[in-house]
Design a protein around this ligand. Structure first.
Ligand code: ZN
Ligand code: FE
Length: 290
């Protein structure tokens, strides 16, 4: 099968012409891997920042620099040219490193337009459907309020940077938004292709999945995943990224249709209806007190 890859596709900038003759999905996926690099940077206690690198231009962006120094060290170690900060939302543990980096580099700072007053150094206010560039790479912006009123995610090919909205096994607290907004935001992310990689803002996975088990102890995917996660954490390793497919199978905040979750909540007389908003709101409330 011949896939139509436009010669003007940003994917192909800076690559030899013959690449634009590619014939199938696998080769294209391989190419994406080659042209885009993601480096996870552990920050503060349990935050993750990410360096997104375009190898063709050696330009890089940092997603959610909680603090500056570890990002600077990573930029130097990788020998890349840092050109922008991609903030998912205004919280200090996602923007705390902005001033430090702005003192050292000439950077564009991206974030949602609702956060113009709250993201240090914001230069490019964004909204749903906007595009950001890192060298030849292009990222699409999703507006996903709920945790805050200006929360966004960035999607570069199959890699989603979703801050504190969707976690591996969980979702962010409703600090500024409603359950309805968060449900809509999570539903939007759940519609991404199954193999989309989920790069979230925190290493909260183990606790999230322990909570998930209280609602769905007979979910085989969840039981399998929690074993893997316990093993990784016992070695101090990261459980991020996950995939949209895994999240749909194990994350209780995407499983408002699960009969077992309905049963658990009904058994304890916590819900009467089983519509998505009722189930989601109750699960969020239970997690707040877990
Ligand atoms: Zn946050
Ligand atoms: Fe956070």
């Amino acid at each position: 099968m011949r896939l139509a890859v436009k010669r003007t596709s940003p994917l192909l900038h800076g690559l030899p012409k013959s690449y634009s003759q590619l014939g199938n999905r696998e080769i294209i996926r391989e190419l994406i891997e080659r042209v885009m690099q993601v480096i996870q940077i552990p920050l503060l206690k349990d935050n993750y920042g990410y360096l997104i690198v375009c190898p063709a231009t050696n330009e890089a962006a940092v997603v959610d620099p909680s603090e500056g120094d570890p990002v600077l060290r990573q930029v130097e170690a990788q020998n890349v040219k840092l050109t922008s900060i991609l903030n998912t939302h205004h919280h200090r543990d996602h923007t705390g490193g902005n001033p430090f980096l702005l003192e050292r580099f000439n950077l564009r700072v991206y974030g949602h337009r609702n956060d113009q007053e709250r993201i240090p150094g914001l230069t490019d206010p964004l909204g749903e459907g906007n595009e950001v560039a890192v060298g030849n790479l292009r990222g699409r912006v999703f507006f996903i309020p709920g945790h805050t009123k200006g929360h966004i995610a960035y999607l570069f090919e199959n890699k989603l940077f979703c801050g504190d909205t969707l976690f591996v096994g969980g979702c962010g607290r409703l600090f500024e938004g409603t359950a309805e907004q968060m449900l809509a935001s999570l539903s939007k992310l759940a519609q991404l292709p199954a193999d989309t990689l989920v790069y979230c803002g925190h290493e909260y996975t183990q606790k999230n999945l322990e909570f998930a088990l209280t609602l769905e102890q007979h979910n085989p995917s969840l039981n399998k995943k929690i074993e893997q996660v316990r093993a990784l954490r016992a070695q101090g390793l990261s459980t991020v990224p996950s995939t949209i497919a895994e999240e749909k199978e194990t994350n209780p905040f995407l499983r408002w249709d699960s009969p077992e979750i309905h049963k658990t909540l009904q058994r304890d007389s916590l819900i009467t209806g089983t519509d998505p908003l009722t189930v989601f709101s109750k699960v969020r409330e239970l997690k707040d007190h877990y």
